[in-house]
Design a protein around this ligand. Structure first.
Ligand SMILES: Nc1ncnc2c1ncn2[C@@H]1O[C@H](COP(=O)(O)OP(=O)(O)OP(=O)(O)O)[C@@H](O)[C@H]1O
Ligand SMILES: [Mg+2]
Length: 432
């Protein structure tokens, strides 16, 4: 979806003639501690367009504008060896590469993991939207293939020839027409490795380039040396490009699935716009940034918060952090709150962040603290109904199994009156 949407960057003919057509660079850079996915965008591209396209393409993804250039910093940290390879098409550009689907990048991205200190890896895909003339060129090539011509530019001369009875021709024609069915991008793909040791650098670049073998189909990638390669990658000049259709480009310039790179998790949920009537004040739940460039607090009113709030999420999704923030907002506003935490991490998170002066108002009950034990009398209080309800979870059988005195306690059990006994609907309790 990203590359389909960004094809709209194609300028009208007269602007292209005067100002040229900008191209983009999809880059994946890895160092031992970090893997970065970035989209290099020239200043000519209107702000907000890329951000919206990214947000629409991947649920939960957001963009951060940065001035740092990870490719520029490659090889600049101490002595090292640089290997750069360009991946070019093995066959004519009108034949499609294989699009295996699924997580096709997994093999290539495996080359980004397990880097040693001082090693860095980069994959760079330069892409410029191609005009509809490129699709016409592909269709011309399909006609030429059917006509038996070897090269598309001979299509005119091949018109009079008889079709060759080659069983592969129909498949080729279909493949070329299939590629011509979607918008085209002029692309150039390079990979680079910098390493403190030459043999490591060569091993890594072999592994990385080998990862693109999964795109072998009617066409595929072959390696070609790039003299002054890293310099060219830093300059991001698009020369000697070839055509890739949107589905082909999307297979390569894509975010990987969760788990393709150790420690990489994709956002599971799609971001949604904030309802207009959601309060900005009260108990702030977070900052909504769904609309690109617009941030606003998303809050719940204090009255509503007293009713029903459930915070549900998998382990480590930030439940305690959110609850701690809500409790701290109560403490800052002078409201009272009760925190019951079986694990202890939430209480600790709240205690260390309490506003100044709040210690006076805090009471911490810790069941493990035997020195300052707190007694809780569930039967205390003037509200007899409340006492009755509270005590109904704790019954005391009036006689022991032997019929003698010796009372026993049983908790969490509510005895029902025996039929016909005429007794009260609730058991009597005599708790000591
Ligand atoms: N909004 C957030 N943005 C980024 N990181 C967050 C956010 N909220 C929480 N975290 C981080 O996520 C990690 C897990 O948070 P937290 O302990 O609150 O999760 P949890 O859902 O309570 O986990 P558990 O189920 O184990 O109790 C913490 O390191 C926390 O700093
Ligand atoms: Mg928690």
């Amino acid at each position: 979806m990203l590359w389909m949407g960004l094809h709209a960057l194609l300028r009208p003919l007269w602007i292209r003639l005067i100002l040229g057509q900008p191209h983009l660079a999809w880059e994946v850079t890895a160092r031992p501690e970090l893997v970065e996915f970035s989209l290099w965008v020239p200043r000519l591209v209107p702000p907000g367009l890329i951000e919206r396209a990214v947000q629409a393409s991947w649920p939960g993804a957001s963009t951060v504008e940065t001035s740092s250039d990870p490719i520029s910093s490659m090889g600049r940290h101490g002595p090292g060896f640089i290997e750069v390879t360009q991946l070019v098409l093995a066959e004519r550009e009108w034949f499609p590469i294989g699009t295996p689907g699924g997580d096709s990048l997994a093999l290539a991205l495996a080359g980004l993991t397990g880097l040693a200190d001082g090693e860095a890896v980069a994959i760079q895909m330069l892409a410029r939207p191609a005009t509809s003339a490129s699709r016409r060129r592909l269709r011309r090539a399909a006609r030429s293939i059917r006509a038996g011509a070897r090269f598309a530019w001979r299509a005119g001369r091949a018109r009079d020839r008889q079709p060759v009875a080659d069983p592969a021709i129909e498949g080729d024609v279909r493949a070329v027409l299939g590629k011509a069915a979607s918008p085209q991008w002029s692309c150039s793909l390079r990979v680079a490795v910098s390493s403190p040791r030459k043999d490591w650098a060569r091993g890594r670049i072999h592994g990385l380039a080998g990862g693109f073998a999964v795109f072998e189909g009617r066409n595929g990638f072959r390696r070609r040396r790039v003299p002054g390669g890293l310099h060219r990658m830093r300059a991001r000049r698009l020369a000697r490009s070839y055509l890739l259709s949107v589905p082909e480009l999307a297979e390569i310039a894509n975010l990987p699935e969760s788990g393709a790179i150790a420690g990489l998790e994709r956002a599971a949920a799609k971001t949604v716009p904030v309802p207009r009537d959601l309060p900005r004040e009260g108990k702030v739940l977070g900052t909504a940034d769904h609309n690109v460039g617009v941030e606003r607090p998303a809050a719940i009113s204090v009255e509503d918060a007293r009713h029903h709030i459930h915070v549900i999420g998998e382990t480590g999704t930030g439940k305690s952090t959110l609850l701690a923030r809500l409790v701290l907002q109560d403490a800052e506003a002078g409201r009272s709150a009760v925190v019951i935490d079986p694990k202890g991490d939430l209480v600790n998170a709240v205690l260390v962040r309490l506003p100044e002066g709040a210690e006076e108002r805090i009471c911490v009950i810790d069941p493990e603290d035997k020195i300052s034990a707190v007694g809780l009398d569930v039967l205390a209080g003037d509200d007899q109904d409340l006492v009755w309800i509270t005590s109904s979870g704790c019954s005391r059988e009036s006689t022991s199994p032997g019929g003698g005195p010796g009372p026993t306690m049983s908790c969490g059990r509510r005895a029902s009156p025996s039929p016909g006994s005429g007794g009260p609907p609730w058991p009597r309790f005599q708790c000591c």
